[in-house]
Design a binder for this molecule. Structure first.
Ligand SMILES: Cc1cc2nc3c(=O)[nH]c(=O)nc-3n(C[C@H](O)[C@H](O)[C@H](O)COP(=O)(O)OP(=O)(O)OC[C@H]3O[C@@H](n4cnc5c(N)ncnc54)[C@H](O)[C@@H]3O)c2cc1C
Ligand code: SF4
Length: 486
């Protein structure tokens, strides 16, 4: 371990935040980011370990002590360059990655205090890069090869970026009218401001990437047509897993019952928060079922849309909640209510067919199940009702079947996710690659980015453009292949 300061602070430097009572009324960003002075103090907490435990905790193996050292020395261009080697979107990941279960949980500083705030430092450097337009200054020699990318989420963006840098002509086909996948239609702007995503997309355009919006592949062209009629040399599928799950309990057909994806898309993409063309009548009482990131995003968005009472209902306890700790804290501060150990069993409606209440059962935790988590079981005779004007389902999503249905020779597994070779990301069709949630199921931004980059390398090899001397240099090619989020 190489230590640079005599006194090392045990706790993370706090990040400034908008006050809870102010921020719950608007969509401005909640976490405000470090100032240069705060970033320096936090960077100096890092011991710059020779064998850093944090690095294997990062799904794309960022050189964490390397970028922190440069940050501490005031060399932000070098710090940004190190981050970009492994992570195409540091300003995004610094905001949304679950660092507390990845790099930070491994940090040696966590043994006697709090780990280094790696995510906050990544955000600081990523924001510097975005603000200084440092993203895309590479001019690549054109190779004459063309690749189509289906879906503009993190997987598609990462794949497009690496291919364009290697001189491939890239066209992204996106079903929606905005680019960015979950980064724009799912994660609300109070967690991830749109200007951050938009500036990254501008970087892609500067690299020469063409973007075709409102184009649903599988409807306007099949994958085979992209290859054989449109003349693409390869295709990457990064269509995510956006099909919501419901529970199948009575009353799900009632007005006022919707999925978190529908709700968030209406607010985030169709500007429901500006009371524009798609106003959303939430009523006073909103219940969100589930306790992951999506559930918390939906609940906090409902609060900002004017709901008086927002309750999260989850059949396990806070300990089992898959949401990021910071998001749970923010939601609690803003006044979201939590009904832990609660299982919805029926939705009740009024004479107009609108939902008015949810009937629930209390649960208790029993023996651990196969995943090692204690499984919830109902408490007999514990039925109770909660009033509800709107019920939002945030129980996860599954693969959208459009692509697989329109391309029957594409191999999918039993859950409908695309089967790939984990080294190259190639599907069962030669020249067709895939990555991100459409392969792993709903996972994380960083895993989708990693998959997109591996696929770009697979495509370059397939096209005969991968040169030995490029491998491992400047493209983060040493990233481990990850097939499914934990
Ligand atoms: C509300 C919410 C909050 C989340 N919060 C976090 C978080 O805090 N941290 C984190 O790490 N992860 C989070 N995630 C998960 C993360 O966003 C996803 O794992 C990640 O975005 C997956 O990237 P992707 O590129 O595979 O797919 P997506 O981001 O889903 O992008 C797929 C894109 O493909 C497009 N598409 C689909 N079908 C077609 C078609 N047929 N033709 C053309 N285009 C098509 C879609 O419109 C979409 O734009 C969250 C997810 C949600 C829903
Ligand atoms: S972040 Fe933690 S584990 Fe990583 S180099 Fe710094 S002190 Fe060591």
């Amino acid at each position: 371990m190489e230590r640079r300061s005599k006194t090392i602070l045990r706790q993370k430097v706090a990040m400034p935040e908008a006050p809870a009572l102010e921020r719950r009324n608007g969509f401005q960003e909640v976490s405000l980011g470090y100032t240069p002075e705060l970033a320096k103090v936090e960077a100096d907490r890092c011991l710059l370990c020779k064998k850093p435990l944090c690095v294997p905790g990062c799904p794309v193996a960022i050189d964490i002590p390397g970028f922190i050292r440069q940050l501490s020395d005031g060399n932000l261009p070098a710090a940004y360059e190190i981050l970009k080697r492994s992570n195409p979107l540091p300003a995004v990941c610094g905001r949304v990655c679950p660092q507390e279960t990845q790099c930070e949980v491994k940090c040696v500083m966590g043994r006697k205090g709090e780990p280094v705030a790696i995510g906050r430092l990544e955000r600081f450097v990523g924001d510097w890069g975005v603000a200084h337009g440092a993203a895309e200054e590479v001019e690549a020699r054109l190779t004459g090869k063309k690749v189509a990318i289906v879906g503009s989420g993190p997987a598609g963006i990462a794949c497009a970026q690496d291919l364009a840098r290697a001189g491939v002509a890239v066209t992204i086909y996106e079903a929606l009218h905005e680019v960015g996948g979950v980064l724009v239609y799912g994660i609300p702007p109070f967690r991830l401001p749109r200007k951050i995503v938009n500036q990254e997309i501008e970087g892609l355009k500067r690299l020469g990437v063409r973007i075709e919006r409102n184009k649903v592949i599988g409807k306007i062209f099949t994958i085979e047509q992209l290859l054989h009629t449109k003349g693409f040399d390869a295709v990457f599928i990064g269509t995510g897993a956006g099909l919501p799950k419901f529970m199948g309990i009575p009353g799900e057909h009632l007005n006022g019952v919707m999925s978190a994806n529908e709700f968030l898309t209406r607010v985030n993409l169709m500007h429901g928060y500006e009371k524009a063309d798609t106003p959303i009548g939430m009523g006073d009482s909103v219940i969100v079922i589930g306790a992951g990131n999506t559930a918390l995003d939906a609940a906090r968005t409902a609060l900002r849309m004017g709901a008086k009472e927002v309750t999260i209902v989850y059949r396990r306890t806070e300990k089992e909640s898959p949401a990021r700790l910071e998001e749970l804290r923010h939601a609690t501060e803003e006044g979201i209510q939590f009904c832990w150990l609660t299982q919805p069993v029926r939705l009740h409606g009024d004479v107009n067919g609108s939902v008015v209440a949810m009937e629930c059962l209390r649960m208790e935790l029993g023996e651990p199940d196969l995943s090692g988590r204690r499984s919830p079981r109902p408490v007999t005779g514990s039925e109770f009702r909660i009033q509800a004007d709107t019920v939002i389902y945030a129980l996860g999503t599954v693969a959208n079947p459009i692509i697989a249905r329109s391309t029957p020779c594409l191999k999918v597994n039993q859950q409908g996710y695309l089967e790939i070779d984990p080294q190259t990301q190639m599907t069962s069709i030669p020249g067709v690659f895939a990555g991100g949630d459409i392969v792993t199921g709903s996972a994380t931004v960083i895993l989708a980015l990693g998959a997109g980059r591996r696929a770009a390398q697979g495509i370059l090899q397939y096209l005969g453009l991968s040169r030995e001397e490029e491998r491992g240099e400047g493209h983060g090619l040493t990233m481990p292949a990850v097939s499914r989020a934990g």
